[in-house]
Design a protein around this ligand. Sequence first.
Ligand SMILES: C[S@@+](CC[C@H](N)C(=O)[O-])C[C@H]1O[C@@H](n2cnc3c(N)ncnc32)[C@H](O)[C@@H]1O
Length: 237
Amino acid sequence: MLVLMFLCTIIQLLRVSVLEKNVFLVEIWAVVRIFRDYSEISLKVDDSKGVMDFEKIFGRCGVVHVEVGSGKGAFLLSEAKEKTGEDFLGIEWARRYYRYAVDRIGRWGLKNVRLVRADVADFIARHIGDNSVDCFHIYFPDPWPKKRHHKRRFFSVSNLQQMIRCLKCGGAIQISTDYAEYFDQIKQIVSSESRLDETEFVRPLGAEDGELVGTNYERKYIKDGRDIYTIAAKKIT
Ligand SMILES: C[S@@+](CC[C@H](N)C(=O)[O-])C[C@H]1O[C@@H](n2cnc3c(N)ncnc32)[C@H](O)[C@@H]1O
């Protein structure tokens, strides 16, 4: 099966333009790399367990970050490596990215990161408790550009209500996107919520010169010459 997937990828690679080849090589690496499953990192969604007990999961009571759509885990890795006294949960739906991130975090031996493969809106609504999160990180959520697909966007009034419920007082939401129209919608939703105050966007520690966030997608979008928009808000009540 692996050999077949590899051959298909090579055939596709031969058909793409030179510009797209770099992106494709990364994809090939994601396909052929042998992923290890680190059971201590990858959490299973178990409905019977209900709301997550972060204290039990991380073995301590402290600052909890949740990343929405963590992709290949670049943010989780760079941030958790530096902030060893804080805890991080990444939620990702795509199996390939999820396994890539688990493997990556496992290889680094980080004890303060967990990943769960789930639909993020559903997971937050059903498995994250009230006043339990210090910061939600939403970096480059899928923009779903077609109007008829806008309802699939993660950033909506109802998902924001859920995140506010989960945030501790003083907790924050950090958002970035390369999609101007989605950004306007996000700003509008945030500003119409009286329990939030806009605050300064804090650049993650993995952001290098010329970057605001430092994730894989930001790097790709910067290469494509796209503008990056950020916004952050704090729960005040
Ligand atoms: C544009 S990528 C951004 C990834 C990463 N945050 C970054 O900046 O590199 C969006 C990510 O969200 C994930 N995603 C999309 N819909 C999701 C959902 N409903 N639940 C969980 N993850 C989702 C995608 O699989 C993808 O990894």
